[in-house]
Design a protein around this ligand. Sequence first.
Ligand code: SAM
Length: 223
Amino acid sequence: MAETDWGAVDAYIGEKLLSRDAALDGALEANRAAGLPSIDVSPLQGKFLHVLARIAGARRILEIGTLGGYSTLWLARALPEGGRVVTLEFLADHAEVARKNLAAAGVAEKVDLRVGAALDLLPVLQAEGEQFDFVFIDADKENNAAYLQWALKLARVGATVIVDNVVRKGAIVDPADRSPTVEGTRRFFDAASAEKRWTATALQTVGAKGWDGFAIGVVEAAR
Ligand code: SAM
């Protein structure tokens, strides 16, 4: 099947399984209007994260990479009463758009949005004694190996850790591709393959966002 059909199939599934949603659609529209890059998860992927967080029964969620808060909103809606998403965003202008989107969606009180480099903010969460049930890593791919290590420090045993964009149109197996994001993804897989505290797999995905993939795993006790 041609690559151009992937979007059509996503549209078909979306017609069947997604409803019109003013807050989610409005967030994407606000992101576009503010000039944010269109690198949020797709609607079906957002719902995938939502369903996974519900299956995991997550009460405390960590997201690394907020952008305009589209995936944050899907995750916030998965929370039970009293649950919380902590989301980390480097760029103040992205965070500003996200704050507005999350407020407009009525989930601002469920979201703790922190601005700064994730590698500076993660030790703060550790010092605060945070422990998460579900971690979604979707920021600068160069640091994914380090984010995995932080996720394992901050997540409880049995938690879910999911990492976006780990296939990169297949570039991870193209030896000629030495771009920082692809090299970062390879370092992530090297770290994951050596990691005894994370039982993981990765799945390739196609769809409205092209060819990419998620890595997903469960946090194990240190051995
Ligand atoms: N998760 C979002 C969604 O699906 O709606 C998309 C996140 S986007 C792919 C990545 C975001 O990570 C960008 O907004 C970018 O500014 C942010 N980012 C990049 N480097 C970062 C860093 N070192 N620390 C925190 N955020 C970072």
